[in-house]
Design a protein around this ligand. Structure first.
Ligand code: PRP
Ligand code: URA
Length: 208
């Protein structure tokens, strides 16, 4: 599946604010949440709806509703949790699992430290959240763990993706649809996305 990159002017405008290094934690966090909401709208464009009958103040009519019980969001700790509020706004009854991973700064390989999923995760469509898709290691590891747990349908939502990360994720998990607000130029020697926005976790939580 080809990665879907949202090139909407409003998203480009919001991205321009969070890319700027002088943007503070509060604004950075708010915009990450807003872009996450836009990504969720796009990712839900193939959602199944069930027909129900309701009463409006005027008459009875048939309408369509989402089966919210079908979904789970899985943020990759830490930075993925910054996207969570934006998604919960759109599907408030989705369940939430957490995966804890950090990149070893020398090898750039993900190191696992936490994994906790809803009991019925294998019956849900899972939407994995992480603002940055750099080498792809963190996303690939998370998706592998979810598949080992029996999850059949997975989508991956990120704010900025590097071409290297998209290529690797598409190679190893071709069934997973990637949604990104932007695809940047490349990775630098330290594994950071260029031009990117720096360390997403540090900027969301104000740790540097
Ligand atoms: C960042 C980011 C991703 C990962 C992406 O996390 O949030 O999880 O790097 O890089 P990759 O595609 O090369 O794996 P980081 O390791 O900085 O941890 P943090 O979220 O706790 O800050
Ligand atoms: N993780 C980040 O937070 N930023 C990058 O540019 C790459 C990985």
């Amino acid at each position: 599946m080809k990665a879907i990159v949202l090139n909407h002017p409003l998203i480009q405008h919001k991205l321009s604010i969070i890319r700027e290094k002088k943007t503070g934690t509060k604004e950075f966090r708010e915009i990450i949440g807003e872009i996450a909401t836009f990504l969720c709208y796009e990712a839900m464009s193939d959602a199944d709806l069930k027909e129900i009958e309701i009463e409006t103040p005027i008459c009875s009519t048939k309408t369509k509703r989402l089966n919210e019980e079908k979904y789970a969001f899985v943020p990759i700790l830490r930075a993925g949790t910054g996207m969570l509020d934006g998604l919960i706004k759109t599907i408030p009854n989705a369940k939430i699992g957490h995966v804890g991973l950090y990149r070893n700064e020398e090898t750039l390989k993900p190191v696992r430290y936490y994994y906790k999923m809803p009991r019925d995760i294998q019956d849900r469509e899972v939407i994995v959240l992480d603002p940055m898709l750099a080498t792809g290691g963190s996303a690939i590891d998370t998706i592998t763990m979810l598949k080992e747990d029996g999850v059949k349908k997975i989508k991956f939502l990120c704010i900025i993706a590097a071409p290297e990360g998209i290529k690797k994720l598409e190679e190893l998990h071709p069934d997973v649809q990637i949604y990104a607000a932007a695809m940047d130029e490349k990775l630098n020697d330290m594994g950071y996305i260029v031009p990117g926005l720096g360390d997403a976790g540090d900027r969301i939580f104000g740790t540097k």
